[in-house]
Design a binder for this molecule. Sequence first.
Ligand code: C5P
Length: 398
Amino acid sequence: MLKGKHILLGITGSIAAYKAATLVRLLVKEGADVQVLMTAAAKQFITPLTMATLSKRPILVEFYNPENGNWNSHVSLGEWADYYLIAPATANTIAKMVHGIADNLLLTAYLSARCPVIVAPAMDVEMYNHPANVRNMALLKERGVAVIEAATGSLASGLEGKGRMEEPEKIMQFLQQSVSKKKSLTGVNVLVTAGPTYEAIDPIRFIGNHSSGKMGYALAEEFAARGAAVTLISGPAALKAQHPHITTIPVVSAAEMYNAATAHFHTAHIAVLCAAVADFTPQHPSETKIKRGTAPLQIQLQPTVDIAAELGRKKTNGQIVVGFALETDHELPNAQKKMTAKNLNMIVLNSLNDEGAGFGFDTNKVTLLYRNGAQESHGLKPKRCIAADIVDAIQSIK
Ligand code: C5P
């Protein structure tokens, strides 16, 4: 699976650097082409000669060779790599990655990398659990970096706890899973709705909601990263999809979202309806700005079309339709009912009752409900990680 893959392996200054030698051996054995980058501190823990011999390439540390001026282009390294694995990653390097600090080649290559980045932290238990490091790792995850949690055990400091870099065999497993996931949806068309809708009251005002679109955009990115062609129908959101496989169709109202969704549904294999669509819309929006007055103002609202229910009704054999539910009471039974009523294959129950979950947050907490009655609860995680869980779940029912 890793045969011919270009792997950049970044090694930073941790005692766990000795495990990087085994990691390179395993990668080379699998047929990967490995380029090792080291920080100056890493060289104190494992020699460049060891790493160059095992990887069969000179290792890189500096921006240029002072002897002959040969420039080590971090941009070319970033383009060359299929995966960038930083193992071991110290608290220092993780913090610098978060802040975009570019004071060594390993970090500039990170900032230039367009490929998936995987980080395996290694540090003492107190450092690992320090709020600064916990926050930094969460920020990297939010930005799509995969963080392989450290293992628990005895540490070089003599302490016991979490902080040991995960074993090379486990890191290999993780990398192999990432490679198999990466192309697992090639040839699959996915439709995602995201964000709020705005229902015009007059040319100036609208009825909207607090949806930021973050969950839907994270889903679109995750599907695209696995090779799917994604049509993202987005209500007004301050976000921009990055992946070249995502075609964004901006819409404003529920009616526009419905038209776009039905126009694209027939070619979709999977539809995920993540948008917070207005359930009611003003029946007769005013063509001119409604003037301030002293009398109470009544706006007659009429129901919008339920896009999820409509696609659930239209779906033909093999098409998968997934919806979301945001409930304030009787969460599970209400979500279950919604899944059946709208003929969905799965429903994602969002929690509004948990701190850090729901509108606008970068994190979320969801329970996945399947048609066969199975349920799966996920803890509070960055929306990027929740998106990966949801896509995994959808692939399992395919
Ligand atoms: O019925 P309720 O609005 O709670 O259902 C939520 C689910 O239905 C979400 O997946 C949402 O995207 C979808 N929905 C829709 N069109 C509507 C209302 C909700 O697609 N008009």
